[in-house]
Structures are given as C-alpha cells and as structure tokens.
Design a protein around this ligand. Structure first.
Ligand SMILES: Cc1cc2nc3c(=O)[nH]c(=O)nc-3n(C[C@H](O)[C@H](O)[C@H](O)COP(=O)(O)OP(=O)(O)OC[C@H]3O[C@@H](n4cnc5c(N)ncnc54)[C@H](O)[C@@H]3O)c2cc1C
Length: 389
C-alpha cells in the first residue's frame, strides 16, 4: 500500500489525512501540537465565551476515528528532494512515497511585536488576551487597540476578518457589563482601505458599524513600531493602548525555507492548481503553506485549505492507480465567512462577481456557534458531513 506522510494537523492536514484514509492509503500525520485548533471559533476566547479546550479537538481522537497514524513531534527539517523529514526527537521519516505539506504559515515580525498579542498566533495568545481583558475589566477602564498588518509581497496572506470580529466582540462584551463608556476602542491598519477584499459595499458597512459602536479608526499610515503603551505610525502619530491585539500578515513557514521547494517572494510553496510542485514528484503543498493562485482579492482561508486537502487525497489516489484524473482548487476560490460581533454577525461572500455583506442580527452569532459544533463533530465522524462544508 502506498505510504503518505502529512505534515501539519490544522484544517489542511487533518482534512487531507481523513480523505487519504477514505482512499484506503497508509497515512501518517505529524503535528507539533496534540490537538486540531478550530481558529474561526477561537475569536470568542478573549471575551470568555469559549475556552481553548472548547475550540480544540484532540488529534488522537481524530486519528482513532479515521484510522490514520499520528506522531506528535515537531518537524525540525524537511529535505524535499530526498523526501526526508527530521523531527525534534531526532526521529527520521524517509520511507514515504508521498508527502503533503500542510504546516500553515509564520507571521511577519515587526519592531516591538512582543508588546502585542494575536488571535491568529499561538493558541495560548488567545487565552492571554482573555486574561489581559479581564484585568482591564477589573480596573473598570482602559484603552484597547486592535488591528492587522499588510504583506506587500502577497495580499492573500493578509488576515483582517478576525481583528474586526474580536473588536466587535469586545465592544459587545463591555456593553453587556455596562462599562463600555469607560473604554476607548480603536481599530488600526496601515492600508487606506482595510477589508477591501470583501468588496466596496462591505467597506461602507464596516464604517457604519464602527460609527454605531463608537470604535475609532486609524488607517492609511505605516506602523513603525509597537510599545508597551501603544502603537507608533509613520505619520508621527501614536495610538495609546493598554492592550494591543495585532494580526501580522503571514509569511512562509520557516521550516520550508531550507527545504529546497520552490517558494514565492513571500515564502509560500509554489504549486500548480492541483497542488503539485514542479520537479518534486509525490510532494504536495496545501492550505496556508501554499502560494495561493487567483484574483487579487483571494485570501488564505480554512475552506480553501479543505478543498485543496480533499483534491490532493483524490489526486494521490488517482496517481497511485495510474489514472489520469486530477482536481483543481481554482473554481472553489471565494471568500466566505460569518463575521461575528458577539450579538449577531455579518455574512461575507466575495467571488469574481463582486462582494456581499449581509447583516444577520442575533441569528448570525448562533449560526457561527452551530458551525463550530458541526466542525468538531463531523470531523470526529459523529455526524455526517454536509457536502461542500
Ligand atoms: C482567528 C481566525 C479566524 C479565522 N476565520 C476563518 C473563517 O471564518 N473562515 C475561513 O475559511 N477561514 C478562517 N480562518 C483561516 C483559517 O483558519 C486558515 O486558513 C486555516 O487554519 C489554514 O489551515 P492550515 O492547515 O493550512 O494551517 P493551520 O490551521 O495553521 O495548521 C497548521 C498546522 O501545522 C502545525 N505545525 C506548524 N509547525 C509545525 C511543525 N514544525 N511541525 C509539525 N507541525 C507543525 C500546527 O500546529 C497546525 O496544526 C481564520 C483564521 C484565524 C486565525
């Protein structure tokens, strides 16, 4: 039986392992953490509406449910030409015919970033955000700034949605406590039109939402540094902040720099639309690790990572049987998210036909909660998968 090694246990890696097993291949997944982390629902951790455990699914349970092998041991080196992977324990994995790279991405480092926390970083940072917000609530007042950065080399690696979500959730949380007026909330981003990917209508609506929630906005000037008490901008201004959440844009995973794989300027693995890598037969890159092709508004998202994973499972199975049939991810490119505000949400959809943002008061919040429940239980095989989800 052909042996497949999946590197990474996130949206892309877990989905690949599940679907490769459905193709009756011999599958091993390697992860640095022992759990799959559902990033989209981690946005409720800072306000205490969810805990890290609520948004984590143990990888051993997923491995047991689907029958793949699991190794929890960080990858420290990957020599792609030799198909050789070295783990932190010193263990060498070099007997795999196929390797699926699904290690996610790293974040661009900026001056003073140690003074910030990110909802898109290590899962522990979300819990730290909860503790820091709680301390400000106990003080009964404070200045909170949340925003995201850009990547001039790859706009698909810019992640802004969760910054909006956490900020609106913090607003709702403070309002419910009756102390919102004691807090100054500010959104910041270096670009002129943050959120532009969602389309022009969405931008107008975001501005309305900032107005309605009394959230200040600072955009259009480069961030020069972060300090313990705020954020400095190129135009000489400073936002004062007791708690700064900053989502730095993504860059390629550090392990892949020395792998020998072809990388884009931003460090992502260059693949074709079938996630194959030219000159590296049997190696595939999927999810955030891969350089995403497509229109300017494209974005690295979980559902695209899952499409790539399912395609690669199919493409490998076909290759094993010498059948000339492959699936491409290109026709599945869109931006799809339910942007939560703590008391409702907005449905965001962007395709080549343009963007839509539809307000969904109250019900949107519960829809997103429902998706989190579905994601966990369908991955564990406890409930059937809804086609396309
Ligand atoms: C807060 C937040 C909200 C989001 N909301 C949405 C949304 O609403 N809709 C949507 O479609 N997308 C959303 N996304 C984007 C989505 O979560 C990502 O696109 C998705 O997680 C990408 O999957 P991945 O498997 O490529 O990367 P990841 O999920 O980051 O997984 C990478 C995995 O590799 C592992 N790994 C890393 N380094 C090593 C190593 N050295 N050795 C072994 N293992 C390693 C990590 O532990 C991790 O499990 C959101 C992202 C964030 C952060």
């Amino acid at each position: 039986m052909s042996k497949v090694l999946v590197l990474g246990g996130g949206f892309a890696g877990v989905e690949a392992a599940i679907y490769l097993k459905k193709q009756e291949l011999d599958v091993t997944l390697v992860s640095d953490r022992d759990y799959f982390y559902i990033y989209p629902t981690s946005i409720w951790i800072p306000t205490g509406e969810a805990t890290k455990e609520d948004v984590s699914v143990p990888l051993d349970k997923l491995a047991f449910a689907h029958g793949f092998e699991l190794i929890v041991d960080p990858v420290t080196s990957f020599e792609a030409k030799e198909k050789k992977v070295i783990l932190q324990s010193g263990r060498v994995l070099d007997e795999y015919e196929y390797i699926v790279v699904a290690l996610g991405q790293d974040k661009i480092q900026m001056k003073g970033m140690e003074h910030t926390l990110s909802i898109c970083g290590k899962p522990e940072e979300a819990t730290e955000l909860y503790k820091r917000l709680d301390a400000l609530v106990l003080k009964d007042s404070g200045k909170i700034a949340m925003g995201f950065g850009g990547n001039p080399k790859d706009s698909s690696a810019v992640r802004g949605g969760p910054a909006f979500e956490v900020l609106f959730n913090v607003h709702t949380f403070l309002k419910r406590k009756g102390i919102r007026d004691n807090f100054e909330l500010t959104f910041f981003a270096p670009m002129e039109k943050p959120g532009q990917k969602m389309g022009d209508k969405a931008l107008v609506m975001m501005d309305k939402m900032f107005g309605m929630t009394n959230i200040k906005k600072k955009v259009g000037s480069k961030i020069t540094s972060f300090e313990a008490d705020g954020i400095n901008f190129e135009d000489g201004t400073k936002i004062e902040s007791d708690l700064t959440m900053f989502i730095s844009a993504g860059t390629g995973h550090s392990i892949l720099i020395e792998s020998g794989l072809p990388l884009s300027d931003a460090g992502f693995v260059v693949t074709n639309e079938y996630n194959e890598i030219e000159g590296f037969e049997g190696i595939y890159a999927i999810g955030d690790s891969a350089s995403l092709m497509g229109p300017e508004w494209r974005a690295k998202q979980g559902h695209v990572a899952e499409v790539m994973a399912k395609n690669v499972a199919y493409n490998i199975a076909m290759k094993v049987q010498n059948i000339d049939s492959k699936y491409s991810y290109m026709e599945h490119l869109n931006i799809l998210c339910v942007m939560d505000t703590g008391d409702g949400a907005a449905f965001v959809y962007r395709s080549n036909k343009g963007g839509k943002m539809i307000p969904m008061p109250i019900v949107g919040h519960w829809m997103k909660k429902g998706w989190g429940w579905y994601c966990r239980n369908s991955k564990l095989g406890k409930i059937p998968r809804i086609p396309g989800m």
